[in-house]
Design a protein around this ligand. Sequence first.
Ligand SMILES: C[S@@+](CC[C@H](N)C(=O)[O-])C[C@H]1O[C@@H](n2cnc3c(N)ncnc32)[C@H](O)[C@@H]1O
Length: 217
Amino acid sequence: MTVTGIPQAYVTGWKGFYRREFAVNEHVLVPRPETEHLIEDALEFMHASGRRSILDVGTGSGAIACTLAGEIPDAIVTASDVSLPALAVAAQNAARLGVSGRCTFALADIAPDDQGRFDVIVANLPYIASADVPHKPHPVGFEPRLATDGGSDGLAQYRKLLAAAPRLVRPGALLLMEAAPPTIGGLRALAEAAFPQAAITVHRDYAGLERYVRVAT
Ligand SMILES: C[S@@+](CC[C@H](N)C(=O)[O-])C[C@H]1O[C@@H](n2cnc3c(N)ncnc32)[C@H](O)[C@@H]1O
């Protein structure tokens, strides 16, 4: 039988992301080039501000955590996930990329309780409404449901993050959250409710689609 649709990265076991190679398997989302926009934004903020403590919520392969730790040599990163096998992949990537000394990987729903507050929070949580999650043989159907299914309106995990976020940020922190149409409008509204005083903007990706919400607290 010929099986079609399997993401090439699951066949090769590797995916390039922001100048690094990440090991991937069926327990993690394949890192997307769109997520590099959030990396660029976080790096610009960190270079300009000198801020160094990062929380990567829903780390998956560790692409965001390891990239930021690799690009900013004195950055300290906490990375969470609810998937133990995903955390194992992330920890292996951190070790191979030489950043495990500055990355803590935690099994946690949104964020561990004991890591304090952060200067930068980056999140690429699931944001597809359950009914819209593609099925095999669509490539996304091969990716973990935990990584793609955002509940009935696509925002279940982001709702949890934004309920917790005000007590996770230091004053002047930056919060970047990836999503896409049609849920990104709802995500922006949640961010505005959680951070009424913040400067909140929506940024587009290479294809011109609205891709992430930026909250300058
Ligand atoms: C869309 S994937 C993103 C993976 C990686 N950050 C990236 O950009 O390639 C979402 C990840 O969030 C994790 N996740 C889902 N709900 C979560 C929650 N409540 N707390 C922490 N992680 C969660 C999933 O297991 C999955 O690894």
